[in-house]
Design a protein around this ligand. Structure first.
Ligand code: BJ8
Length: 422
């Protein structure tokens, strides 16, 4: 592996803390990922990506910035990436999946804040996230209250937060508001990149993102096989990597992985024996490197067959209608595509219930684990309706954070749940 110390120094990282973080990540990855048996060969690419998570990809983006390209960081799947790509910008999901910089974060935000928000504050404050250092613009959104208020503080710290106003309902007035926000975002992106969005580059951006969604949809469908040709841990990783890898390369490598998985399905090759309990996870997003619940479930003999989550199905379920003949028309289609997303921040949010039911059927799930980060009120609240909606399918709700303190307790609960599925 190359030495990136000089680049990290130039980016203003805290080199000592950062070395500690990479050490923990490497060790955790070895224990959780590389110890899995019967992995597809196509996962080698993703292993490589993780080994270079703050190395090669950062160098690529760093070099791209020297040529004038701009970098937009995001924390939510409502931010329309097509618009960023249409200006030849680079769009990346920012670090938010590990318990780091908590003490620093708690100087700004309450202790009783969800782990994801604490993590994005903590990564920045502890000097651990090279991605955030590379951004020219950080896009927030008015989703949950925690994020909304944290972005105000995050802007005081970074000076580059732009917030999109996302409505809480999906009526005609809300649709108009959201459309105007998409137009405003297009203007902001053009201003920051100095590029004007044309029909041709809008088409290019739309195709890039849709192709990536298609590859992820393909992966999702392959997990319906019994035995599943890929572990939930590996599929989760692919989804996590989709937020910051180069979209063209990512799509190619994911499709290559899917070619291999198709062969495995034909041959009946799986990661767990045929008939192993199949679990669908639903709820708050699992940002990289949050692998806790998957490792508990799969370490207990079951297989995770899907994630009804933003790091999962909610990110790629809907394609953008590419049949537009002007930039204005593209923006209308973008606005409606993104408002289809069924985040628990919306009320009512019955589409989510329908989508979960459909996923349990398509993926032949034996049970559903509803996962909410502690203090994530929208998802914690919606768990009740999810349980009612899925009828007789065994259901369990879990609330946790990024710490390993409750690992044993969660494992005991998961094992008891899996016994019901046998
Ligand atoms: S579209 S789920 S990515 S808002 S976990 S910060 S909701 S308290 S991340 Fe999300 Fe967009 Fe919705 Fe998806 Fe708040 Fe909950 Fe924390 Fe969350």
């Amino acid at each position: 592996m190359s030495d990136y110390t000089e680049m990290w120094r130039k980016l203003g990282l805290n080199l000592e803390n950062h070395a500690g973080l990479l050490g923990v990540l490497t060790e955790g990855y070895k224990n959780i990922y590389l110890s899995q048996k019967g992995r597809p060969k196509g996962m080698e690419y993703f292993d490589f990506v993780i080994s270079e998570v703050h190395g090669l990809r950062i160098k690529e983006i760093y070099d791209a910035k020297q040529t004038g390209r701009k970098v937009v960081g995001t924390f939510c799947v409502y931010v329309p990436e097509e618009i960023v790509l249409a200006t030849d910008g680079i769009c990346i999901g920012l670090c938010a999946g590990a318990e780091v910089g908590t003490d620093e974060a708690e100087k700004f935000i309450p202790r009783n804040t969800c782990a994801l928000i604490k993590a994005f504050m903590g990564f920045k404050l502890a000097g651990l996230c090279p991605y955030v250092q590379l951004t020219d613009l950080i896009v927030g959104e008015t989703t949950c209250d925690g994020k909304k208020k944290a972005y105000e503080i995050f802007n005081n710290i970074t000076g580059k937060v732009y917030v999109m106003e996302l409505p809480n309902m999906k009526n005609e007035e809300s649709k108009k508001l959201w459309h105007s926000e998409v137009v405003r975002f297009k203007d902001a992106t053009e201003a920051i990149t100095g590029k004007t969005i044309t029909l041709a580059n809008m088409k290019k951006g739309a195709t890039l993102v849709n192709e990536r969604r298609r590859a992820l949809q393909r992966l999702s469908k392959l997990r319906a096989a019994d035995p599943s040709p890929i572990s939930g841990l590996d599929a989760l990783l692919v989804n996590q990597v989709s937020f910051y890898d180069d979209p063209v390369r990512f799509t190619r490598m994911t499709n290559r992985l899917c070619d291999e998985l198709e062969e495995r399905v034909k041959q009946g090759t799986g990661v767990a024996p045929k008939g192993a309990p199949r679990v669908l996870i639903s709820g708050s997003p699992m940002a990289i490197p949050n692998w806790k619940l998957h490792s508990i479930i799969e370490g207990s003999g079951a297989v995770v067959v899907g994630e009804e989550s933003c790091v999962g199905e909610r990110n790629f379920r809907d394609l953008l209608d590419e049949n537009f003949s002007s930039v204005d028309e593209a923006l209308e289609k973008i606005a409606s595509r993104y408002l289809e997303i069924d985040c628990a921040c919306f009320t009512p949010n019955d589409e989510r219930l329908e989508n979960i039911k459909a996923m349990t059927e398509k993926l032949h799930a034996d049970g559903l684990i509803h996962y909410a980060l502690q203090f994530c009120t929208p998802y914690m609240m919606e768990a009740y309706k999810v349980e009612k909606a899925i009828g007789t399918i065994p259901f369990m709700r879990l609330e946790t954070d990024y710490s390993m303190g409750d690992f044993g307790q969660l494992k005991t609960r998961v094992e008891a749940f899996l016994e019901m599925l046998q």
